[in-house]
Ligand binder design. Structure first.
Ligand code: PMV
Length: 333
């Protein structure tokens, strides 16, 4: 008899960035992210008993050998956690809510959605342990560790939160000021091209980076400062750390050996427009960047009307095909 499981898991956007790792996907500094709502992966697993394990993988309706190989590698390397799959035929079908050509990285949502499905097979009707889900997601893709909780998440050991760990993320939504639960993330699509340097390669360029020590110390301090800022509802502090983290991430790329840049001319133009708009209006809007050229515009719900006019009248013109995606911090996964 065939059984079926369907799970959704969202993407997340880091405010303090994870960039540089060691051991088995352990971060060199803690990171903090918003969990999103509209950008998610939905994964369906149909399974039935057999004498050994087999795997089929479909992405958006088509067989995808590259992704299948990635999942097989992950399951082989982490066999000890997945013995419950040994006698199952698995058919995995995965869809992203965001267009393939949007340039949005999907590893966080896709790997966490997969792990949530696998754990549902393990636990059946019992509740999934989200810490275990975060741990296993981390082993697949570092930032996926943060996608299993709603609202806001911290991954990595930091002194003021004794419960924090490099091995899994913890939810911090309960301790933040309500204003941050109203945040929007409008993702301005500057380019839909595949990244010229993968995150995996970027992380490894941190190993011999001349600024690595300084970066990790700054990120540790930014994490502690941001936790206070989030509790206090300090929007100016939030803007300062968010933009500084985005700029540092891209500065690290341009000062790596070999050096590279993922920003495009319109990334810079959009950032300039945002800074001028903030100066002119005094509205608490800011930007962050992931490992790519797209700009994430972050703002509280209280100014969403003005920001939408700004996007429609100005920012959209710098976007590829005038494309942007309106997202919002998740209150629930
Ligand atoms: O999870 P990875 O290995 O794809 O690394 C993600 C790194 C950044 O997206 C640039 C930052 C972050 O913390 O999400």
């Amino acid at each position: 008899m065939n059984n079926q499981i369907i799970k959704r898991s969202p993407s997340n956007i880091a405010i303090v960035k994870y960039w540089g790792k060691h051991g088995t996907q352990l971060p060199n500094n803690p990171s903090i992210s918003f969990t999103l709502s509209n950008c998610f992966t939905e994964t369906k697993i149909t399974y039935s008993e057999n004498e050994s394990m087999s795997l089929e993988f479909y992405f958006e309706g088509k067989e995808n050998p590259a992704f299948k190989a990635k999942i097989e590698k992950y399951l082989n390397e982490n066999r000890r956690y997945f013995s419950f799959l040994n006698n199952l035929d698995l058919k995995i079908e995965s869809y992203n809510s965001f267009p393939h050509s949007s340039g949005i990285a999907s590893s966080a949502s896709s790997m966490s959605a997969l792990i949530m499905c696998l754990l549902e097979i393990k636990y059946k009707d019992a509740k999934i342990d989200l810490r275990e889900a975060s741990y296993l997601s981390r082993l697949a893709s570092g930032s996926a560790a943060r996608s299993v909780y709603p609202t806001m998440t911290l991954w990595g050991k930091t002194p003021s939160l004794p419960d924090s760990s490099d091995e899994y993320a913890i939810p911090i939504g309960e301790m933040i000021n309500p204003v941050f639960k109203t945040y929007h993330d409008s993702i301005l699509i500057v380019s839909s091209k595949e990244k010229s340097v993968s995150s995996r390669a970027g992380h490894s360029l941190m190993d011999n980076h001349p600024m690595a020590k300084n970066r990790y110390a700054t990120a540790r301090k930014n994490t502690e400062d941001l936790l206070t800022i989030l509790k206090q509802g300090d929007l100016e502090g939030f803007i300062r750390i968010t933009e500084s983290e985005a700029n540092q991430l891209h500065d690290l790329m341009s000062t790596s050996t070999p050096s590279y840049t993922l920003k495009e001319p319109n990334t810079i133009r959009i950032i300039d427009e945002i800074l001028n708009f903030r100066k002119d209006t005094g509205l608490p809007v800011c930007y962050t960047l992931d490992a790519g050229p797209n700009v994430h515009l972050l703002y509280p719900d209280s100014c969403s009307k003005e920001i939408h006019t700004f996007i429609e009248e100005t920012l959209k013109n710098y976007c590829f095909d005038n494309k942007y995606i309106d997202d919002i911090v998740s209150s629930n996964n």
